[in-house]
Structure formats: C-alpha cells, structure tokens
Design a protein around this ligand. Structure first.
Ligand SMILES: O=C[C@H](O)[C@H](O)[C@H](O)COP(=O)(O)O
Length: 229
C-alpha cells in the first residue's frame, strides 16, 4: 500500500474547518503547513465575498495572509475572537490536549487561541496520539538572556532539553526568544508539567495547549473525523 499524501489530508481538514467561518467573524489564523491550507481557503472565500477579519499568530502567517488578500486586524485592536483555526504537532485522543510549536510560533498561537471563543485544530491522522509525549519534542520558549541557566533548570526537572538551532545559530522567535525542545517519554500529568514549567524563571511559554481545543478535525485516508471536547 502506498503512503497517503499528507498534504491532501491536511488540506481536507483545513477546508472543512473554514466551512465553519461566517460573515462578520474575527478569525485567529494559525501557523504551519496545515494552517497555510486554511489561509488559502479563507482567501478564496474572501475573494467570493466573505467578510471576516483575521488575527495572525505569527509574522510568517501575517505575510501569507496579506499576500493572499485576507483582511487583517489593525495593530492595537483587540476584540474577542470568534474562532481560531490552527494546526498541532500532537493531539491527545480523549482530552484533545495538544503539543504545538514545532514551527516556533507557540507564543503567538497560545495568546490568540486563549482570546478566542473556539479553537478548531486541523491535523492529518499522524498527529493523533493516545498520550502526549514522545511523538515529538515539547517546545518551551525561553528568554534568550541567560538561556543556559534556563536549560539547566529544564534538565533538573528530568526533561532532555536541546536548544533549537537554525543553521548552527539559536532559533529566534517572533518575540526574540529561544526555544528549548524537550524530549520526554510520556507526559503522565500534563497540567502538573505545565504548572512546573511555567513557574521556572526564564521560561516564557510552553507548547502544551491544555483545554484550548474545542474541536479537532482530522484528515484521514478514508475521510474526515471530527472530535469534540
Ligand atoms: O509553531 C508551529 C505550530 O504550532 C504549528 O501549528 C504546528 O507545528 C503544526 O504545523 P504543521 O501543520 O506544519 O504540521
């Protein structure tokens, strides 16, 4: 059997999610390859007359949306968002808790998702896990100043942090921070880990998105699966 084309599955999930968007909505625009399909579909609907305003979760998404003619919120405006559509690196079946941040946009994504009435997560079926943990590292955004101390604190918690590098240099997020990718076998207590990480000096935000996803739309080779919280 040939491997399914992940792009087709991601696009199918994205198109289904954008089907929920209605005139007048303020929409959070996620970051990553799956969200890019959602922006493309939103752009198509905007060209056909849909009236919405988008709130980008990253600089990359802002540029993409602008280029595709999706109207964006003016800097300084801060209405409540009706809906955010975003991808994920892991989705825990059952709780719908997430790991996000492989693309480095976790801080903007969490701020926007937390300001939204609903979050629809769009993924292909490779992202679904029984328990969050080892499928991908957990990204933790840390202040660049003194990052070695912060990495030591993460190590002391029993995590295996690796500073994310791009071309041999520390990755720099939109907010000017670094990211420690933490290798973990299985996250038995996600809320406990989130609380522990958030209390560490030097930690800005974690890629754990707990209780934020209202719906997960999964693109599968045999069709779409919709999971509700
Ligand atoms: O920082 C990046 C984001 O959390 C992405 O939403 C996540 O990594 C999923 O990206 P993709 O849709 O490309 O797999």
């Amino acid at each position: 059997m040939t491997a399914p084309d992940r792009s087709i599955l991601k696009r199918a999930a994205a198109v289904r999610a954008v089907g929920e968007v209605q005139d007048g909505m303020v929409i959070g625009l996620g970051t990553g390859s799956t969200s890019a399909f959602a922006i493309e579909e939103l752009s198509r609907r905007v060209a056909a007359g849909l009236k919405i305003v988008g709130v980008p979760t990253s600089e990359r998404t802002r540029l993409m949306a602008q280029q595709q003619g999706v109207p964006l919120l003016k800097p300084g405006d801060r209405p409540r968002l009706d809906l955010t559509i975003d991808g994920a690196d892991q989705v825990e079946r059952g709780s719908l808790d997430l790991v996000k941040g492989a693309g480095g946009a976790l801080l903007g994504e969490k701020i926007v998702a937390s300001a939204s009435d609903r979050m629809i997560v769009i993924v292909d079926d490779s992202k679904i896990v029984e328990r969050l943990g080892k499928a991908t590292p957990l990204p933790v955004e840390i202040v660049s100043f003194g990052w070695r101390y912060t990495v030591d604190r993460l190590t002391a918690l029993g995590l295996r942090p690796h500073l994310r590098l791009v071309d041999g240099k520390p990755f720099v997020s939109d907010a000017g921070n670094h990211i420690a990718d933490c290798h973990i076998d299985e996250i038995a207590d996600a809320a406990g880990l989130e609380a522990e990480l958030s209390s560490l000096v030097g930690v800005v935000e974690t890629g754990l998105f707990l209780g934020l996803a209202s719906t997960v739309i999964v693109g599968r080779p045999d069709g779409i699966e919709v999971m509700q919280r």
